[in-house]
Design a protein around this ligand. Structure first.
Ligand code: NAD
Length: 307
């Protein structure tokens, strides 16, 4: 049993006894693989019952190489678990109207349960108009105001994949949330805000930090659970960490050496944290696993399955 299950007090006792400890590595890649296996079984079982598999339309606009890789990974994961995922690639010159038309087609298509428009969109496209057009019951990215409203109200709805993936990871590694102090660094609609709301809905005491927060390190040091989602490569060092804390690194940036970097200085922080997610192999794979969970949830809803 690791520190993530035993908690901060055990960690501190070991420190006092002079035992050097390293954080548990929260292996999101291995966990996501386990979840994909469970999803494949679930999809095979439900597809027989419903008479069709779940369907996810991932709409890709333009030639951004990173977006191509993300979309290919999402479609590959769908195929692996038996989710129907047609290719919809629109040229970089596609107009807002052409994208809206594609969304309308999938909003009406009964074989499609989830629609995702890969971001970023080319600058001439009206992004907000596009995201608003996705029917809330097919909004597997959880960006539609209707789903954000449900999240604020603490009601069931589709929730953004990355923050929901963080909660799944904490739960699967048996890291308690209720009563803990969680600090979220970042307040975007995609990660920071929904993350803070999910933690709050699970009875954590939540602090949200952002680019105008003064003395960020002092705020972060209060955290039993620290979620770094600021997109500043390796900015979070040991000064930001309460000994024994669980550190979730959402950030992904590509360094000048071409390697992926998180927001957390991993080697330094793992010597003081209780548990930590790596980059790559932490929250990234959990985000894709959660996209499939959201698609399966939407499918069950469309098929009228409640249990
Ligand atoms: P964003 O740029 O929209 O938001 C960043 C947030 O961090 C802002 O709210 C800003 O106020 C805050 N911030 C920036 N600099 C700061 C500083 N110096 N101190 C304190 N706060 C600061 O980014 P985002 O879309 O929320 O993504 C954040 C990071 O997470 C990025 O690196 C992104 O690539 C990554 N990301 C990863 C996944 C995944 O699957 N692992 C998914 C989405 C985003």
């Amino acid at each position: 049993m690791g520190y993530s299950e035993r908690g901060n007090q055990e960690w501190q006792k070991d420190q006092e006894k002079g035992q050097t400890t390293m954080a548990d590595i929260l292996d999101g890649k291995a966990l996501a693989a386990t979840i994909h296996g469970e999803q494949a079984e679930k999809v095979a079982f439900l597809s027989k019952k419903v008479g069709r598999p779940p369907g996810l339309a991932v709409i890709l606009v333009g030639d951004d190489p990173a977006s191509h890789t993300y979309v290919a990974n999402k479609r590959k994961a769908c195929h692996r678990v038996g989710i129907y995922a047609p290719d919809i690639n629109l040229p970089a010159s596609a107009t807002t109207d052409a994208i809206l038309e594609a969304i309308d087609t999938f909003n009406r298509d009964p074989a499609i349960d989830g629609i995702l428009v890969q971001l970023p969109l080319p600058s001439h496209v009206a992004k907000d108009k596009v995201l608003l057009r996705i029917s809330p019951d097919k909004d597997v990215d959880g960006f539609h105001p209707a789903n954000l409203g449900l999240l604020v109200a603490g009601e069931p709805g589709l929730v953004a994949c990355t923050p929901r993936g963080v909660i799944t990871l904490l739960d699967r590694f048996k890291i308690p949330i209720a009563g803990k102090h969680a600090v979220v660094i970042g307040r975007s609609l995609i990660v920071g805000k929904p993350m803070a709301l999910l933690l709050l809905n699970r009875d954590a005491t939540v602090t949200i930090c952002h680019s105008k927060t003064s003395d960020l390190a002092a705020q972060a040091r209060q955290a039993d659970i620290l979620v770094a989602a600021l997109g500043r490569p390796e900015m979070i060092g040991r000064d930001y960490i309460k000994p024994g804390a669980t550190v979730i690194d959402v950030g992904i940036s590509r360094g000048t050496d071409g390697k992926l970097k998180g927001d957390v200085l991993f080697e330094e922080v793992r010597q003081i944290a209780g548990a930590i997610t790596p980059v790559p192999g932490g929250i990234g794979p959990m985000t894709i696993a959660t996209l499939l969970d959201n698609t399966i949830d939407a499918y069950r809803f469309h098929a009228g399955l409640t249990a």
